[in-house]
Design a protein around this ligand. Sequence first.
Ligand SMILES: [Zn+2]
Ligand SMILES: [Zn+2]
Length: 249
Amino acid sequence: MANLYQRILELIYPPLPRCVFCGDSFQPYYQLAFCRRCLARMPLITKPVCSRCDRPLRGREQEPCSQCRTEARFYEQGLAVAVYDGFMRELLHAAKYNFRPDLARGLGTLLAAWAENETRLDDIQIIIPIPLHPQKLSARGYNQSQLMAQPLAAAIRRPLLSETLYRVKPTKSQSKLSRKERKENAEDAFLVADCQAVAGKKVLLVDDICTTGYTLSEAARVLLLAGATGVKALTIAVGVLEEKWMLKP
Ligand SMILES: [Zn+2]
Ligand SMILES: [Zn+2]
């Protein structure tokens, strides 16, 4: 009987969701998967930012940022929700390497909430996550970028195309490479499997992290070749410019 009573109570007062990171129950807020305490720890992007890549401008840095001023990218605009630092670095690392598909999807709710009033997404027609090489996909079991893009696609009601872009080159992890190696690593990494799906469309690429932007730029390049009218790139986090990435103007 106690069990039945419990179940009836749960029907009337459904249990609160639990935070995907710390496990605490919390009042749902914008359908986010994180409690307010975890949200407060996230280094969300604050203005001023670079208008081309969304990177916060530091100190006396002028707009556009030094990276955008010195190197062109094939995507027209980089968008991000947080800075790749501190707690966000911890979350993204766990979502990728600790077999936490739930956390990857949880981070996607952050993209979905962010997109609510985001006019820069108004012209987007299709969403494409950055794919993993098939070898890496079978080792990891899921593509974190695809999981992150799902709640966003549902929120802004645009089709999510996960079979359109393919990674044909088994690239090394970008994090341990120099700037020059990163560029070479990203070159010719992708192929468009279905040109008809992208021809004449404005595409939003989704990935977990943007540091140099080489991977996203290379994906944008092949999408434009396949006939996309334009590409924007959205990541959960954008890397702050470290000394080693700074280019002499
Ligand atoms: Zn939490
Ligand atoms: Zn920039």
